[in-house]
Design a protein around this ligand. Sequence first.
Ligand SMILES: O=C(O)CCC(=O)C(=O)O
Length: 275
Amino acid sequence: MQNFKLTPEQVAGYHKDGYAIVRGFIGAEEIRKLQDIAFTDGTMRKHAFDLNDQTGKKTKLTLWYAPGNDAYGLLTKSNRMVDAANELMEGESAVCHFHSKLMQKEPKVGGAWEWHQDYGYWYKNEFLFPDQMISVMIAITDAYKENGCLQVIKGSHKMGRIEHGFSGEQVGASEHYVQLVLKTKELVYVELKAGDALFFHPNLLHRSESNLSDKPRWSLISVYNRSENVPYNEPSESSTKPLTAVPDEALLEWEALDISEGANFLEKENDQALK
Ligand SMILES: O=C(O)CCC(=O)C(=O)O
């Protein structure tokens, strides 16, 4: 999608509901390239680690901080991603990349994610302004109810941050507050086709169920932050380093480099800053 611009309805929907879906954000040829790399790249696999959900089911992910000139880095730095994040985040200062994760929910085994707000994690990193952050999920494969697509509670970002405790190896939101908000707010299954994008607010409550289907459910989640939103308890430096955006065509037209160790991958033993 060249010269992409969010519609006024998408912008208004994001602020009202806490999320906006953009269908066909990434083209079919681009998705084929990203799938190819996701399924075969040795560096991506080498740095993947398992995270146990409450029942001990494992969900695999690879997380890195520094987007390079590989296909995933070029996507994360593309004008369409950076401009859309810039339009939706509060504040004026430069757009930076906190981290990206390739979420790998394998058929039959891919574990669940408990109800949480991403800011339930990032608050612990001492980012002070959640409105100056955003997550962008790109469906690398189709995501639907049966393979554990994301579920969100529409409008729950307006509650502000709620209490979180541990849930398996994850951080989970207070079940009491989740049940209260579900009395009045709608639970939405965010079904996406490969190439669709979901922009969501750090305080939007979301979860996903395990993948009991025979199809994988893979997605990229890139997180952006404003340079002024300094985290006081976060060892990585990417979140305050202004991004230099690249043209949207770069993903297909530039000679993408291999994914390199320079991407600064998170290893599981250092996962105190998991998200
Ligand atoms: O990919 C998923 O199913 C959920 C991931 C998630 O909730 C997160 O990374 O915050």
